[in-house]
Design a protein around this ligand. Structure first.
Ligand code: ATP
Ligand code: MG
Length: 506
C-alpha cells in the first residue's frame, strides 16, 4: 500500500488551469522529485496536498495510508504527519530557535512553560538535523542554510512522516546543500518519505527514487530516477531536446567603461568586520564579467557599493567612463545608467500586491512621462513587449505579481531593469530558481544586450553558469579578489583553486 496517492488533481485559479489531472504515488521511505518549468504547477500540487488549498477548492482525490483524506487546513495535514517547507522560509527571525520550534506548541508542566524540557527537546532535534548551535540562538543570526535545517527540525518535532521540500536548496551554498541532502537521505532510512522540488537537476537525480515531470499543469510522466539522465528530464520538462544549455555567442568587447579602485566595505551591523578588502577591477564595454565565489565572499557587498545601496561603512573609488562615480543611492546609480537586479527578490525586488505590469515599469516609468502626463499606452506596449520577450508566464499584465510562480517573478524583475536601458547591468544570481528553458532565454537575452554595447556583471554561485556565459571571471574569497581570469580553457577546478589560493591580485 502506498503512503500517498494523489489522483487526477485539477486546480484552477480563475481562468488559469494550474493543474490539469496530475497523479502521483509515493511509498513509505521514498523520495519523489517534482520537476517542471517555472509555472508548471509544482508548488500548487504540494499546496493542494498540504491543505493550503483546502478540500473543495480542487478536483481529484488524496489517499494517505490507504484512506481518503479531505484536509481543510495545514493544521489538518500536520496532524497526519505531513509537513511542508516552503519556497520562502517562514521562521520568525526575531525569535530564538527554541521559540520557533515550539511556537504554538509550547511544552508545559502544571500549566507553566517548561523551558528545561523544551531546551532538552530542542537540543535533540538540532542534533537530528546536525546543527551544532545553541537552541537559544536567534534565527536572524543564522545563515539561510541553517534556517532551513531549523525548519526541518520543526517538521520533525511534529513527527512528520512525509516531508515536502519546495526548492530548499535554491539559496544554499554547496556545502549547505550537501548537509541538507544527506539529512533527507538519513530521514529516508528512518522511514520518512519526501517530496522534493528543485530546479537543480543534478541534485534531483542524485537524491530521488522517482522523478515526476509536470508541464503546463499536466502529468508528463513518472519514472525511476536511476533510469533517467538529466538530459531525459530536461527533454520531458520542455517538450523538446535541448542540445545546449549555454548559448554562448561571439561579440565584440570594447574599452574599459567602469573601474573600481581599492574598494573596502565593512559589515553593516559591526563595522570592525571587513566584508570587501581592497578590491579593484575593470569592466569593458560589451563584456560579461562573471563574479564567482562562495556565499559570503563579499560579491554582493562589492556590487552594492557600486550601486550606491550598501548600508555599511565603505570606501574606495569607482570610475564610469573615466569620471569619478559617486552614487549614494540606487536612484543615483540608475540615473548614471547602472542597474542592479537584486538577489533577494522578496526583500528588495517585487512589490507583491502590485500588478505584474506595474512591477515591470516601476524603475523606467520616467520614460513614459512628459510634462506630468503618463503615456499609458506607450507604457502598456513596453510592458507587454517585456512580458513576451522574457516569456513571463502570467494571465495578463494586471495580475498581482504575488500570484506568479517564483521563477516568473524573477523574470519580471529582470524585465524591470532592462526597461531602463542601462549601460552597466549588475545581475545578482539572475537564474536562481529559474528553470532550464527560461535560463536559456535569459542567457540569450544577455548576449543580445552585450551585442548592443551594454556591459554585464553577473554574480553567480553556479560555476557551470559562470564558465558557460562569462567573458572574464573574477574570483572572490573572504572579501578579496583572488583571481581575474579570461574565460578560455577555464575549468571549475581552476576557479576553485584560485579562490582558495594564498595570493591576492592587487
Ligand atoms: N494564488 C494564485 N493565483 C493565481 N494564479 C496562481 C496562483 N498560484 C499559482 N498560480 C498560477 O499557477 C501556475 C502554477 O504555479 P506554481 O507556483 O505551482 O508553479 P511552479 O511549478 O511551482 O513554478 P516555479 O518553478 O517558478 O516555482 C502558474 O501559472 C501561476 O501563475
Ligand atoms: Mg514553485
Amino acid at each position: 500500500m502506498s503512503l500517498l496517492e494523489m489522483k487526477n488533481i485539477v486546480k484552477c485559479f480563475g481562468p488559469v488551469k494550474a493543474l490539469d489531472g496530475v497523479s502521483i504515488n509515493l511509498e513509505k521511505g521514498e523520495i519523489l522529485s517534482l520537476c517542471g518549468e517555472n509555472g508548471s504547477g509544482k508548488s500548487t500540487l504540494v499546496k493542494v496536498l498540504c491543505g493550503i488549498y483546502p478540500h473543495g477548492e480542487f478536483e481529484g482525490t488524496i489517499s494517505y495510508n490507504g484512506e481518503k483524506i479531505q484536509p481543510k487546513s495545514i493544521a489538518d495535514t500536520e496532524a497526519l504527519g505531513i509537513a511542508i517547507i516552503h519556497q520562502e522560509l517562514t521562521l520568525v527571525k526575531e525569535l530564538s530557535i527554541l521559540e520557533n520550534l515550539f511556537l504554538g506548541a509550547e511544552l508545559t508542566k502544571y500549566g507553566l512553560l517548561d523551558f528545561e524540557l523544551m531546551h532538552y527537546e530542542a537540543e535533540l532535534l538540532l542534533k537530528k538535523v546536525k546543527l551544532s548551535v545553541s537552541p537559544e540562538t536567534k534565527v536572524e543570526d543564522l545563515g539561510v542554510g541553517q534556517q532551513q535545517l531549523v525548519e526541518i527540525a520543526k517538521a520533525l518535532s511534529k513527527n512528520a512522516k512525509l516531508l515536502v521540500l519546495d526548492e530548499p536548496t535554491a539559496p544554499l551554498t554547496e556545502s549547505e546543500t550537501d548537509i541538507l541532502l544527506d539529512l533527507v537521505k538519513d530521514l529516508r532510512t528512518s522511514g520518512v518519505s519526501c517530496i522534493y522540488i528543485s530546479h537543480k537537476l543534478g541534485e534531483v537525480k542524485a537524491i530521488s527514487d522517482q522523478i515526476c515531470v509536470i508541464r503546463d499543469g499536466k502529468h508528463i510522466g513518472t519514472r525511476k530516477a536511476a533510469d533517467m539522465s538529466t538530459d531525459d528530464i530536461i527533454t520531458m520538462m520542455v517538450g523538446r531536446e535541448m542540445k545546449q544549455l549555454f548559448p554562448r555567442e561571439t561579440h565584440d568587447i570594447g574599452e574599459v567603461v567602469l573601474e573600481a579602485k581599492k574598494i573596502n566595505a565593512w559589515d553593516k551591523a559591526n563595522s570592525s568586520i571587513p566584508k570587501v578588502r581592497n578590491a579593484s577591477f575593470t569592466l569593458r564595454r560589451g563584456e560579461i564579467l562573471g563574479v564567482s565565489g562562495l556565499v559570503g565572499a563579499g560579491r554582493t557587498e562589492l556590487m552594492e557599493c557600486l550601486y550606491g545601496c550598501y548600508q555599511g561603512k565603505h570606501n574606495g573609488t569607482f570610475y564610469l567612463e573615466g569620471e569619478v562615480l559617486n552614487c549614494s543611492s540606487s536612484r543615483d546609480a540608475l540615473n548614471a545608467g547602472i542597474a542592479m537586479v537584486p538577489e533577494d527578490r522578496k526583500r528588495h525586488g517585487i512589490v507583491p500586491i502590485m500588478a505584474v505590469g506595474q512591477n515591470i515599469s516601476l524603475a523606467g516609468i520616467d520614460q513614459f512621462q512628459s510634462l506630468g502626463f503618463l503615456d499609458e499606452s506607450a507604457e502598456a506596449n513596453a510592458i507587454s513587449d517585456s512580458i513576451n520577450k522574457l516569456t513571463v508566464k502570467t494571465p495578463n499584465a494586471e495580475t498581482a505579481i504575488k500570484n506568479l510562480s517564483g521563477g516568473n517573478q524573477q523574470k519580471a524583475i529582470l524585465a524591470r531593469f532592462l526597461m531602463i536601458n542601462p549601460s552597466v547591468l549588475i545581475l545578482d544570481e539572475p537564474t536562481r530558481g529559474i528553470d532550464v528553458g527560461a535560463k536559456y532565454e535569459i542567457y540569450k537575452l544577455m548576449f543580445q544586450l552585450v551585442k548592443k554595447g551594454i556591459s554585464i556583471i553577473m554574480i553567480s554561485s553556479e560555476l557551470p553558469e559562470v564558465l558557460g556565459i562569462s567573458d572574464r571571471v573574477l574570483v572572490m574569497h573572504e572579501g578579496r579578489i583572488k583571481g581575474d581570469l579570461i574565460n578560455e580553457n577555464l575549468s571549475q577546478e581552476i576557479v576553485m583553486d584560485c579562490a582558495l589560493s594564498e595570493g591576492e591580485i592587487a
